[in-house]
Structure formats: structure tokens, C-alpha cells
Design a protein around this ligand. Structure first.
Ligand SMILES: NC(=O)c1ccc[n+]([C@@H]2O[C@H](COP(=O)([O-])OP(=O)(O)OC[C@H]3O[C@@H](n4cnc5c(N)ncnc54)[C@H](O)[C@@H]3O)[C@@H](O)[C@H]2O)c1
Length: 257
């Protein structure tokens, strides 16, 4: 890819670190502009400063529709339009139904499912107003297709987001809007989220790494840049006839027997 995001303006939730930060870096490297939205505003600002003129940062808690509307306005104010939304912010905390905490359930559904819903609600009119082809990329998980027993809320939130993504993809296509809506499903990826699991104390970090790697037939942990390439492909006009797709970046994890 080279210059695949030229002329594109993206709002990236969860852009301060992990996969969101890798997506933001690649959008700028590919010639686009990016607004980083995150609850970690200082970190997002530092990354935007490093990325230069075509990057900026805005306070965004994805649980709050008004903050989404303000972030969309800030993006249009700073870069003149909005053409791409990347819903990357998300959390993963262990907990099952019989004895997991209700807080984990509520927080996970709030951030991972309500968050992208609010984001799409705020961004779609703005993308439409740009008059240009637009794209939305939502981050799911291998677990959206292969639920895991130790993360009930996370499994439900990502499977729910998959249904939501496909519904919005159909709706926008049927309305005749040139806005594609797709999903990227990572396996275990080396980010701060992954490192929190690795150093949780549940086992030695080495054993935890070995068991996460073994969920992927390719038997390793993925890198954020590998996910970012899939996100940027789907956000770019290179994917111009692709909507509603599940793009896995999981070393074969979702098809293992
Ligand atoms: N890392 C993995 O192994 C993995 C695997 C599958 C899916 N995912 C998904 O990828 C996405 C990114 O994960 P990551 O590993 O980069 O996570 P991370 O924890 O490393 O980074 C998440 C970012 O989202 C931000 N964020 C958290 N809550 C927010 C909120 N309420 N509003 C705005 N921003 C918020 C954080 O501040 C942080 O910058 C998530 O949706 C996650 O579920 C990650």
C-alpha cells in the first residue's frame, strides 16, 4: 500500500495506544489525516504531536454520545470533513455469568457495544455530508465467532457488535449511501490489553503467552501493525466493493477445529 488514505479523514477511537495507535500511525503513513479519540487524552496528544500536522487528539469516552458528537465536530473543524470511522476502543476483563461481577458485564457492554453504536450514530451523518465515499471499520475479536468461557461479557459484546456491524452495512447499502461498514477480528495481539493478561499472575507470563499463542494455528501472538494493515485496507477505496465482511487477523484461530 502506498498513499491509500490520501484525502481521507479518520476518527479513531482508542487511538492513544495498542491497536488504535497502530491504526493511526498507518493512516498518516498512507497519506490520510487522523483524529485520535481516547479517554487517555495526554497519551493521545503525545502520539498526535509525534505524527505531525495530519494528526490531532480529542477527549472521547465512547460511552457518551455527546462526546462522540463533539469529537465528530472537532474532526470536521480541524480537517474539514470526516470520511472514516474506526471503532477501536474496547476492554476485555475476565468474568462469567454465575459468579462474575455485574460491573464487568455493564462496563464491557457499555464500552464495546454501546460505544460503537454511538460512534456510528454520530459519524454517519457527517460522513454522508462529506459527499465522498466513506468507510467504517469496527474491531471485533476472534471471540466474536469462537466465544470463550472466561470472558462472558466480552464474548457477548463482540458477537453483538458483529450483528450490529452487518445490520448497519445492509442499511447504508440499501439507502444507497456510499459508506461501507466492515469488521476486523484480531486474535491475541501484543498490546497493553494483552500484556495485562500476560502479567495477571494467573500463571507465569511465559505459560500465559504459550497458551494464548496456541489458540492460533500459526502459534504466535500477533502484532498491532498486522491488525492495522487490515483496518486500513478496509477503510481505503481499495476495498470499494466490500461491506459487511468479517476480516480475521488471528493466525487461523477462528477456523481451528
Ligand atoms: N489485544 C488483543 O489481543 C485483542 C484481541 C481481539 C480484539 N481486540 C480488540 O481490539 C481493540 C483494541 O484493543 P487493544 O489491545 O489495543 O487495547 P488496549 O487496552 O491496549 O488499548 C485500548 C485503548 O482504548 C482506550 N479506551 C478504553 N476505554 C475507552 C473508552 N471508554 N473511551 C475511549 N477510549 C477508551 C484506552 O485508553 C486505550 O488507548 C479492542 O476493541 C479489543 O477488544 C484486542
Amino acid at each position: 500500500m502506498s498513499g491509500s488514505m490520501e484525502g481521507k479523514v479518520a476518527l479513531v477511537s482508542g487511538g492513544a495506544e495498542g491497536i488504535g495507535a497502530a491504526v493511526a500511525r498507518l493512516i498518516v503513513a498512507e497519506g490520510g489525516s487522523v483524529m485520535l479519540g481516547d479517554i487517555q487524552l495526554e497519551k493521545a496528544r503525545a502520539l498526535a504531536a509525534e505524527l505531525g500536522e495530519r494528526a490531532d487528539a480529542v477527549q472521547l469516552d465512547v460511552r457518551d454520545l455527546q462526546q462522540w458528537e463533539a469529537a465528530v465536530s472537532a474532526t470536521r473543524g480541524r480537517f474539514g470533513k470526516l470520511t472514516v470511522l474506526c471503532n477501536i476502543a474496547g476492554i476485555s476483563e475476565p468474568g462469567n455469568v454465575p459468579d462474575g461481577s455485574l460491573d464487568v458485564w455493564e462496563r464491557t457492554i457499555d464500552i464495546n457495544l454501546h460505544g460503537p453504536f454511538y460512534g456510528m450514530r454520530a459519524a454517519i451523518p457527517a460522513i454522508e455530508a462529506s459527499g465522498e465515499p466513506g468507510a467504517i471499520v469496527n474491531i471485533g475479536s476472534m471471540i466474536a465467532m469462537r466465544p470463550a468461557s472466561f470472558v462472558a461479557a466480552y464474548s457477548a459484546s463482540k458477537a453483538g457488535l458483529r450483528g450490529l456491524t452487518q445490520s448497519v452495512a445492509l442499511d447504508l447499502a440499501e439507502r444507497g449511501l456510499p459508506i461501507r461498514v466492515n469488521m476486523v477480528h484480531p486474535g491475541a495481539i501484543r498490546t497493553p490489553m494483552y500484556n495485562r493478561y500476560k502479567h495477571s499472575g494467573a500463571d507465569t507470563p511465559e505459560n500465559i503467552e504459550t497458551s494464548f499463542a496456541a489458540t492460533h494455528p500459526m502459534n504466535r501472538i500477533g502484532e498491532p501493525e498486522e491488525v492495522a494493515r487490515a483496518v486500513v485496507f478496509l477503510a481505503s477505496d481499495a476495498a470499494s466493493f466490500t461491506t459487511g465482511v468479517d476480516f480475521t487477523v488471528d493466525g487461523g484461530g477462528s477456523i481451528r477445529s
